[in-house]
Design a protein around this ligand. Structure first.
Ligand code: ADP
Ligand code: ASP
Ligand code: MG
Length: 822
């Protein structure tokens, strides 16, 4: 005998019902079959709503209509497939059921209370109709079926809405049952009856448990749970898209997993089948050929990964009993837990402090108030005499658990678990380890549970890491970056890096998509989007929260002070910040320091390697040298690509005005070349290097000689300025002549020496590392304790959208290093 159970998602409509019938009939061709059915998807929720709003006639009417509609569509659909399907008897049965439900509601309204057994009778209605419908369908397909009534066969015990089944008693009842293998047996799931014959239900999702009990009662060869996923995954596949399917679990593992919240199995399902050694298969109704997950007594051997799976359980409350009265007094914990047990409240997890000064435990939040009352009355005297502190209650908690048979014999699992939680800044409220060492659990804030699962999955199963980007600014660098990302996305995926651009904004508008914007179309999407004011921190933060993105990165490709002013808040809100914008690092020194503090405090990266030398790896190299104990003694460098170009052309005999115009025409300068010639940009870069080396100056402290003749007036329009450029030529010609005479060339140099920063035109000879730097190249020479008398020289193109974007790209990938940083 095989017991097959089909969940609500497998029974959502006529087509699915019929698919289920296919599976049942195929199985029946090989073995005798008993089938447990849930209510069609959504039905139990409607019945729950009906009970909750029983005093509101309109709400009752709504729920009943929704209930009726689902079944009517189901019956009519099946009638269309099989004209012999008994449509009118089923419609009549539905009408009778609705009449009965109305009477139940009326009764509850009159009584002004909702007896639990009445609620159970209401809730069981969906399963009852589901089974009746399947019987009619099988009959229409010429396979006689019989219904097994769980109210007569299953001996329910405990809470009427969350009952357990007494298996020994139920087996006795089954022993008297005449089973004829020519029938397919059908049983409504979720349902049993108590000793008085009242209907009880087995808790939400309880049909899995019904199937397990039925398997035990019928000594089935196998219990098959058919659902809407391929089997049991190593964590909830709705939360982690690359969750891995498990081909096998031991009973003990499955029990822990379901106990700690994996919805795919009701927590009580495993006990009966483990007791009677019945193997259990989890299969996908929509892919019957797929092998599914096998659960049996076999324990994983040591070759298997120690952590098998992860799960989370929400809606928990932690209660703490503490005080001097706890210490060393025998029987305190006994009293705590027996008063809770007397109220039939289940304790999900317990932790005790080693001083014995306090006991904390978690209960389902629905039971919390009850539990607090029980504790207050049990410890009335101790509380009154201040031997105990008032019972502490913390709501909105969740438990994250790691599960695996082999965890007991492996090292480092707990460390990786807690590191993963720390990486996403999750505070651990309490920790517990199952005594079998098959599970380790951490209690955390419920709002963080999805993030926790994702971070743990990434860490423990080496799965794909995601970087979720929000790019601000779509000028040259932003555009080039988006193109580079688009070109690399597929390749990065092969290295298990999921790089998604979840938001793109310019000054007018922002487009977002938590799944990642299609980068083949970002321009159209941005231009078609209704202007919404550009980047919005509130909107982006909400998106990160709602979609539990664990590695969000803001990329600033603007030169805006306003955007730079947001970094502190962004870091505080859990974003990494990668920026090509120099404003934040060259502004107010307090803000400069604040950004570093924020990054440390929130364990986020603040990366700006492109601030100096564009794509050249300047900042990180310098930081690493200084971390290794080096000290900067002197720095000299050509830090501007445009001025490198212009001064290089002067060597070749070109006049200053010609060289500047050529640089402008070739796009080597800013749109207005005065932005380069003024020297401010070079001063900013120099300031960043100085601050990096511990010289905490401001922009005003830097002595700047513009790259222009001293008496030249730079004001006025750009056109006017360009028209007067020749006025500089004499000044430069003279200087160049003199330099040539001394076998030197002119270079526009940023220099740090003895704590002073200076930007100036310098004549340098062939021994100077800057002598050969021209054509837009940058060069940076660091003279330090370790690098002297020959400096460390970094040299290469230091401007241009493509190299800058590549530098930004490298910084973006560096955000993944956060994994190693705790
Ligand atoms: P049914 O209607 O068949 O009873 P459920 O919705 O109760 O189905 O349970 C199946 C769902 O459980 C899956 O669709 C999946 O979203 C969820 N689930 C949670 N954790 C896991 C897990 N570890 N493995 C598989 N499914 C899981
Ligand atoms: N129909 C019930 C529920 O939705 C039982 C089940 O589907 O397992 O909780
Ligand atoms: Mg279920």
């Amino acid at each position: 005998m095989r017991v097959l159970k089909f969940g609500g998602s497998s029974l959502a409509d006529a087509e699915r019902f019929n698919q289920v019938a296919d599976i049942v009939l195929n199985t029946y061709r090989q073995d005798p079959v008993a089938v447990v059915l849930s209510a069609p998807a959504g039905i139990t929720n409607q019945l729950v709503a009906l009970i909750e709003q029983v005093d509101d006639d309109a709400a009752v009417q709504n729920s009943l209509s929704a209930f009726k509609k689902i079944f009517i569509q189901l019956f009519e659909g099946l009638h269309q497939f099989y004209p012999s399907f008994a449509l009118s008897p089923m419609q009549q049965q539905l009408a009778d059921k609705i009449q009965q439900l109305k009477q139940f509601c009326h009764g509850m309204q009159m009584l002004k209370c909702r007896p639990q057994t009445t609620q159970a009778a209401v809730l069981a209605s969906g399963e009852e109709l589901s089974v009746a419908c399947m019987k009619a369908l099988l009959q229409a397909r010429e396979r006689p079926a019989e219904i097994l009534d769980p109210r007569l066969l299953f001996a329910g015990e405990g809470e009427p809405l969350n009952a357990s089944v007494n298996i020994a008693l139920s087996r006795e009842r089954f022993a008297c049952q005449n089973i004829d293998e020519k029938y397919v047996y059908l049983m409504p799931g979720f349902t049993a009856s108590d000793a008085q014959g009242n209907t009880v239900v087995l808790g939400r999702n309880g049909s899995d448990y019904s199937a397990a009990v039925l398997s035990a009662c019928m000594d089935a060869d196998c219990c098959e749970i058919w659902t809407d996923v391929d089997g049991v995954y190593n964590c909830d596949p709705r939360l982690v898209s690359d969750a891995k399917l498990l081909s096998h679990l031991s009973y003990a593992e499955a029990m822990e997993l379901s106990y700690f919240g994996a919805k795919v199995l009701h927590p009580r399902t495993i006990a009966p089948i483990a007791q009677y050694h019945i193997p259990c298969l989890i299969k996908n109704t929509f892919k019957p050929q797929h092998q599914g997950t096998l659960i049996d007594a076999h324990q994983a051997d040591q070759s298997v990964q120690a952590v098998k799976a992860l799960s989370s359980l929400s809606n928990l409350t932690m209660l703490t009993v503490s005080g001097p009265g706890m210490k060393g007094i025998a029987g305190m914990s006994g009293r705590v837990f027996s008063c809770i047990a007397q109220q039939k409240i289940s304790v999900v997890l317990i932790t005790q402090s080693s001083s014995e000064y306090s006991i904390s435990f978690c209960v389902h939040s629905v039971d919390a108030e009850h539990a607090v009352q029980a504790l207050r009355s049990e410890f009335y005297l101790e509380l009154k005499n201040q031997l105990l502190e008032p019972v502490e209650q913390v709501d909105h908690l969740a438990i994250i658990s790691l599960i695996g048979d082999q965890m007991r014999s492996s090292k480092g699992v707990a460390a990786r678990f807690f590191t993963a939680l720390a990486q996403v800044s999750i505070n651990i409220v309490a920790i517990a380890q199952g005594s079998s060492e098959r599970s380790i659990s951490a209690v955390i804030s419920e709002a963080k549970s999805e993030e926790a699962i994702r971070a743990c999955h990434q860490n423990l199963f080496n799965s794909r890491s995601y970087i979720d980007l929000f790019v601000i600014g779509c000028g040259g660098v932003g555009r080039a970056l988006l193109e580079q990302i688009y070109a690399q996305q597929t390749h990065l995926l092969t290295q298990q890096i999921g790089l998604r651009v979840c938001g793109i904004s310019n000054s007018k508008t922002m487009i977002t998509n938590p799944e990642g914007i299609d980068l083949s179309q970002w321009r159209q999407l941005l231009s078609q989007s209704v202007p919404n004011g550009g980047f919005s921190l509130a909107e982006v933060s909400e998106m990160v929260r709602a979609h539990h993105l664990i590695n969000p990165v803001i990329v600033d490709c603007t030169s805006s002070e306003d955007v730079a002013a947001l970094y502190s808040e962004l870091l505080g809100n859990g974003f990494h910040v990668v920026t090509a914008n120099k404003k934040a690092n060259t502004g107010d020194i307090h803000y400069y320091r604040l950004l570093r503090q924020q990054a440390l405090k929130h364990r986020r990266k603040f990366l700006y390697d492109t601030n100096v030398g564009a794509g050249l790896p300047v900042v990180e190299n310098l930081q690493n040298l200084l971390k290794a104990g080096d000290q900067l003694q002197r720095f000299t460098g050509v830090l501007s690509g445009s001025l490198s170009y212009i001064f290089g052309k002067l060597d070749e005999g070109m006049s200053f005005s010609q060289a500047t115009r050529l640089a402008l025409e070739n796009g080597f300068t800013e749109p207005d070349p005065r932005d380069d010639l003024s020297g401010t940009d070079v001063a900013r870069k120099l300031l960043i290097l100085a601050r990096e080396s511990g010289i905490m100056q401001d922009l005003d402290d830097i002595e700047v000689q513009p790259a222009i003749a001293p008496d030249f007036d730079m004001s006025g329009s750009k056109e006017d300025f360009l028209a007067r450029l020749e006025q500089n030529d004499d000044y430069f010609n003279q200087w160049i002549e003199q330099a040539k005479h001394e076998q030197k060339v002119l270079r526009y140099v940023g220099e740090i020496n003895e704590g002073k920063c200076r930007v100036s035109i310098q004549a340098v000879d062939v021994s100077n590392p800057l002598y050969r730097v021209k054509d837009g190249e940058n060069a940076l020479a660091f003279y330090s304790r370790y690098y002297q008398p020959l400096p460390l020289v970094l040299r290469g193109y230091g401007a241009g959208s493509a190299v800058t974007a590549a530098g930004v790209f490298a910084d973006i990938l560096r955000t993944l290093n956060w994994k190693q940083e705790i």
